[in-house]
Write a protein that binds this ligand. Sequence first.
Ligand code: URP
Ligand code: ZN
Ligand code: ZN
Ligand code: ZN
Length: 510
Amino acid sequence: HANNQFCEAGIESGESTCGTSSSTNKLLIKGGTVVNAHHQHVADVYVEDGIIVAVQPNIMVGDDVYVIDATGKFVMPGGIDPHAHLGMDALGTTSVDDFFSGQSAALAGGTTMHIDFVMPINGNLTAGFEAYEKKAKNSCMDYGFHVAVTKWDESVSTDMEIMVKEKGINSFKFFMAYKEFIMVNDELLLQGFKKCKSLGALAMVHAENGDAVYAGQQKMIELGITGPEGHPLSRPPMLEGEATSRAIRLADFVNTPLYVVHVMSIDAMEEIAKARKSGQRVIGEPIVSGLALDDSWLWHPDFTTAAKYLMSPPIRSKGHDKALQSALATGVLQLVGTDHCAWNSTQKARGVDDFRQIINGVNGIEERMHVVWDIMVESGQISVTDYVRVTSTECARIFNIYPRKGAILPGSDADIIILNPNSSFEITAKSHHSRLDTNVYEGWKGKGKIEVTIAGGRVVWENNELKVVPGNGRYIQMPPFSYLFDGLDKKDAVYLNSLKAPVKRAKSTT
Ligand code: URP
Ligand code: ZN
Ligand code: ZN
Ligand code: ZN
């Protein structure tokens, strides 16, 4: 399928349109149930030049308009994946899905925008950003960037400012794990959080206690446990809970909002629940693998099978998955990512004798929308409106691009999916659109199929066929000071007012 999965005409000509369905810049989606995070109703959606122009019943159009019948189907904002790594370099190799193949896969699965993580080069943010600008040139859907901060000095601090003021960045990720590579200490966290606050940028953390993980790994090796199962055993949920709690408290100390990426365990989720209950602005992002899978696979006798499930924080034991689903359903956790980071079996095989050498990462960018529909909506845990909220709208709000993204409203970008609740899907590595040779959801079947994806006003997925063009994706600048920052200054003022006047003590007479 690798050769014919994309519209050849479109790629070769490099034109912005291809095929009959997208050869017009005018689209009408007729008779579907239009779903936004706040409301759903039966209406037509009319699109011109990549923008939604009208959402209302019975829109009449001329015959130069491409019409799609959505009767009995859901018309929803395209998915936004807040967390994916395309074309990521690690341990001397590059992940197999670059921006084009990863985004093609995303579009086939109903995701129309993703936010990637710029990895600095030797700690340098600007160098990292420029490298990612190049990686993203062949994008076929819209994308944004977070920037990771892996060391601290004046130039990093200045670069953070440049990123926010000139480059469209409004979030920075700090890794509390990966000791001896990119791990940061509490001093850096505090400095980074303070800087984020001053810039109106959201601080994000990969929350695991990296020192303890390191010790846990040594212990497993000493015990002779060198296979993939050594990975979850070496970094148990308590280490995720500890780091989550520490990051939350440091963010509270600084009084800045915090976003915890890939929440994988009950331990971490409960720290977030507690903080939110006390009024702190903490966002928790579960990812599909954490919601839908358990770690039993890591004990599989076949190394390749076991290794494909290896990521950090680890996929947890049975029970964590259901608890995370409940937390998502009740608003303790707010939006779903994937952490898509695709390494082929041969790349994972470098760790065949030592789990510490297995490259971390699982797939999900293509599967997220279907699997979340299946486990959350089909199971009756959330409404269709909440599905839109956790897969699209909340991400757009948090990263301050709502309602351009995350909504079916006049004026919004025409990133739209049509989901048929009576049709079914099946996931296999043979039929998926990622370049990955495996799939952690292999054999997963469910009801609810995304039949059409429209990105930037173009039909890019229809009749199980992709029509994507490299270069059609745009970089979406994300402005600072999202709603999460509203009122922070007032809270700071209340705090300052609460400080009692310094005690005036008489000079010592001795
Ligand atoms: O295993 C993972 N998560 N790989 C990607 C890097 C990260 O920590 O997000
Ligand atoms: Zn074509
Ligand atoms: Zn991470
Ligand atoms: Zn990640």
